[in-house]
Design a protein around this ligand. Structure first.
Ligand SMILES: NC(=O)c1ccc[n+]([C@@H]2O[C@H](COP(=O)([O-])OP(=O)(O)OC[C@H]3O[C@@H](n4cnc5c(N)ncnc54)[C@H](OP(=O)(O)O)[C@@H]3O)[C@@H](O)[C@H]2O)c1
Length: 289
């Protein structure tokens, strides 16, 4: 698909990220789609990454960006996506690791991993590592975590929840892994002038509840969602801010943010040894050196 200017007028032309290459995963719906559109309005060149080819193509068209399709439940597709992005972009300015899901039932991917752990943690871990040499001074990696990280609990002996699967805690644990990944990444890429941050978007009326079973789905589809939940555009606000605001103006690398402010994280998020262990374990699992 060729790149054309975004077909949507800018709602707020500044701050500009004119011409910068922005990769957004999970950009076919919800928060990622809203962020991709908002960043295109500010002049970014979008790589719109999604799972559904039709939905991804639609957002790529709306942003004037390029569509890339991969199912994160297949690590082979993540590797192929990494190759495609590397071939197309010599430099990436922003990588937004936003794709994610909640699964009521424990499912195992063809790679042999628990689905939530793979899609929410292993896949963005692998994709980021595959793209690292395309990022350089000034580049930013933004990972969509969640306040659910506060209920996460990493059990080194049962990382794949084989012994106990409590859906909300499993989801929260992957979001805690996002925070640990993001802070460990910040430490590793600091010498290259690259930043890494994580954020909570708020409770957002997106397509998020669809695999959550009846109760979660009803919660996300209830008419009250217009009262208690944010729109996808509001949910994308902190992502857009982290992508566009100069570092030092309210945010710094390694932080976890909500509503454009530093936000509390689970106790395990403050354990650098755990972050380092999770990195090494994830690298081994996905076959990285
Ligand atoms: N909504 C909330 O209240 C909330 C709160 C806190 C954090 N979050 C986080 O925000 C992020 C975005 O969620 P959302 O609310 O925008 O949900 P959403 O509307 O369901 O969008 C999720 C995005 O991730 C993609 N995705 C799902 N499974 C995938 C897979 N196996 N492989 C590749 N892509 C996949 C979806 O692709 P398809 O369109 O093809 O399904 C879609 O683009 C997630 O990381 C979520 O954990 C959401």
């Amino acid at each position: 698909m060729s790149e054309t200017p975004a077909d949507v007028p800018p709602d707020n032309p500044s701050p500009s990220i004119e011409g910068k290459v922005v990769v957004v995963t999970g950009a076919s719906a919800g928060i990622g789609a809203a962020a991709a559109i908002a960043l295109a309005q500010r002049g970014a060149r979008l790589a719109v990454v999604g799972r559904s080819p039709t939905k991804t193509a639609e957002i790529a068209k709306r942003t004037g960006g390029r569509a890339f399709v991969a199912d994160f439940a297949r690590l082979g597709e993540v590797r192929r996506l990494g190759e495609e992005l590397r071939a197309y972009y010599p430099r990436i300015d922003i990588l937004a690791n936003n794709a994610g899901l909640f699964s009521r039932r424990r499912e195992v991917t063809e790679d042999g991993h628990e689905l939530t752990f793979q899609v929410n943690h292993l896949a963005p871990f692998l994709l980021t590592n595959l793209l690292l040499d395309r990022l350089g001074p000034g580049s930013r990696i933004i990972t969509t975590s969640s306040r659910a990280q506060l209920v996460g609990r990493i059990d080194r002996l049962d990382l794949e929840s084989a012994h106990r699967y409590l859906a909300f805690q499993v989801y929260g644990t992957t979001k805690l892994e996002n925070v640990l990944f993001s802070s460990e990444l910040a430490r590793r890429v600091a010498p290259r002038g690259i930043s890494s941050v994580a954020f909570h978007p708020g409770t957002v009326r997106s397509e998020f509840g669809r695999r959550g079973g009846l109760a979660v789905e009803l919660f996300y589809k209830s008419p009250l969602r217009y009262v208690f939940m944010l729109s996808p555009e509001e949910g994308a606000d902190t992502l857009v801010w982290l992508a566009t605001a100069p570092q030092g103006e309210g945010w710094s690398s390694g932080g976890y943010y909500a509503k454009r402010r530093l936000a509390p994280t689970a106790r395990q998020a403050h354990d650098p040894a755990l972050a380092s262990w999770l990195w090494a374990h994830s690298a081994e699992v996905v076959g990285l050196e």
